[in-house]
Design a protein around this ligand. Structure first.
Ligand code: FAD
Length: 409
């Protein structure tokens, strides 16, 4: 006799893992999440975040779009500028919002985490347990943890991020390290009120000479979220040894127009967190029997499209949608189908995001001038069209709302 999935094990309580868990629980599948970090507080750190229309369409499938939107600021324009303050392109996001019925927004990473954590329920998230390996047989899979404990389920979902242990175990250690993009993002949220300084509803994206970029956006009446993106060559001149991160970045961006210097100057030193940017070239083989990778563990990408979390959320909803009604015997087939459904779209995102990042590595002033010209002539039309057809390809992010079923306890 066929039996539905009894229990799902999710490794990693990031956005991808929690979305998958929320989608499974909604369909009555008992789910437990295992997170290596010890305290919920540490899980709730992190900066601001852009979520494009496709992400809200996906969240709608698990009934969470409105809860996330309630914590977010809607973005009406995406504006590209040079480091001299010249406008290169300005995308209207209201039109697509009307057309597809879902907004593009910014919010704190912690707010998104909170909505997902509350949906999944604290009692289903085990903190401070580090996954180390798995064993499986015809009827199920067992996850093993560093503290000697284990858990048994019908499916094991590896949502443990860029440096996934599930991925490493699946590939028996034959796995190259993540690919370094040769730039760093210095992320922060600062207290900086004033619509005249940073207006609400526009996401600013500045491309400079010498391997420097700067992204910023108003997050609330009093807060601004920013990312300074510095190529390795530029970062070589950023001296954090003899001063603070803030003074070093102030120096690197000293010739940039306002409000960049005011934004950096207003930021608390401890709020500035540098992250070296990595991805992995797209590769198949996301599942092995009853074990599957999702989110950054399967398809990590650079930050240039602001789609890494978006794709983790989309993948989580698709995976939950496929697993929810499945029989336990069908799990390996379902996991292969999940990869077939998601591989091409996420590979396109990884590749496009990587290519955009290489534009930011250009140092020579002449080439930067040509890049500005390219952006001025193509970004309002060609690049915008390409971005939107990549983002809203119509098939995946708009599947049916997942049914609510009893169970999941
Ligand atoms: C600077 C920067 C800016 C970004 N901006 C955006 C943006 O604006 N929009 C967007 O969509 N994306 C953005 N991203 C990408 C986004 O952050 C990631 O794609 C997303 O967080 C991936 O989610 P995930 O759940 O797959 O992985 P993660 O968020 O990495 O979560 C993995 C979880 O697994 C846990 N874990 C790891 N190993 C183990 C183990 N062995 N056992 C148990 N638990 C484990 C980790 O502690 C972690 O909690 C940005 C990324 C960066 C670096």
């Amino acid at each position: 006799m066929m039996a539905r999935i009894g229990k799902a094990l999710v490794i990693g309580a990031g956005l991808g893992g929690l979305t998958t868990a929320a989608g499974l629980l909604r369909q009555g599948v008992e789910t437990e999440v295992f997170e290596a970090r010890p305290t919920p507080g540490r899980l709730l750190t992190g900066g601001g975040f852009m979520l494009w229309h496709n992400v809200f369409l996906s969240l709608r499938r698990i009934g969470l779009d409105e809860a996330v939107a309630a914590n977010a600021v809607r973005i009406r324009h995406h504006e590209f500028r040079s480091d001299r303050g010249r406008r290169l392109a300005r995308w209207d996001l209201d039109g697509p919002t009307r057309d597809c019925g879902a907004p593009a927004s910014v919010l704190r990473r912690s707010s998104l985490h909170k909505v997902l954590t509350e949906t999944v329920g604290d009692h289903r998230i085990r903190l401070g347990v580090r996954f180390t390996g798995y064993t499986q047989d015809a009827t199920g899979v067992t996850a093993h943890f560093e503290d000697g404990s284990s858990a048994r389920g019908d499916v094991l979902i590896g949502a443990d991020g860029l440096r996934s242990t599930v991925r490493a175990v699946m590939r028996k250690g034959f796995e190259p390290p993540p690919r370094y993009a040769r730039y760093t993002a210095w992320q922060a949220i600062t207290q900086l009120p004033g619509e005249d300084v940073v207006p609400t509803g526009t996401f600013f994206n500045l491309w400079g000479r010498g391997g420097l970029r700067f992204l910023y956006c108003r997050l609330s009446e009093s807060e601004v979220y920013w990312d300074a993106v510095t190529s390795d060559r530029a970062a070589a001149g950023i001296d954090t040894m003899n001063g603070t991160r803030r003074t070093a970045l102030m120096d690197a961006y000293r010739r940039w127009p306002e409000p960049i210097r005011s934004i950096i100057a207003s930021t608390e030193e401890d709020a500035i967190l540098p992250v070296a940017i990595h991805d992995r070239p797209p590769a198949g083989g996301w599942s092995q029997g009853r074990v599957v990778l999702t989110g950054d563990a399967a398809h990590p990408m650079t930050l240039n499209l602001s789609q890494g979390a978006g794709q983790s959320i989309e993948s989580g909803v698709v995976l939950a949608g496929l697993l929810g009604p499945a029989d336990t015997e069908a799990v390996p087939d379902v996991l292969r189908r999940f990869e077939e459904t998601r591989r091409e779209r996420t590979a396109d995102m990884v590749t496009t995001s990587w290519r955009i990042g290489t534009l930011g590595l250009i140092h020579h002033p002449l080439l930067c001038g040509l890049r500005d010209l390219f952006m001025r002539t193509t970004f309002d039309s060609i690049a915008r069209g390409q971005s939107y057809s990549l983002m809203l390809d119509g098939r995946l992010e708009r599947g049916p709302v997942l049914p609510v079923r009893a169970g999941g306890e």
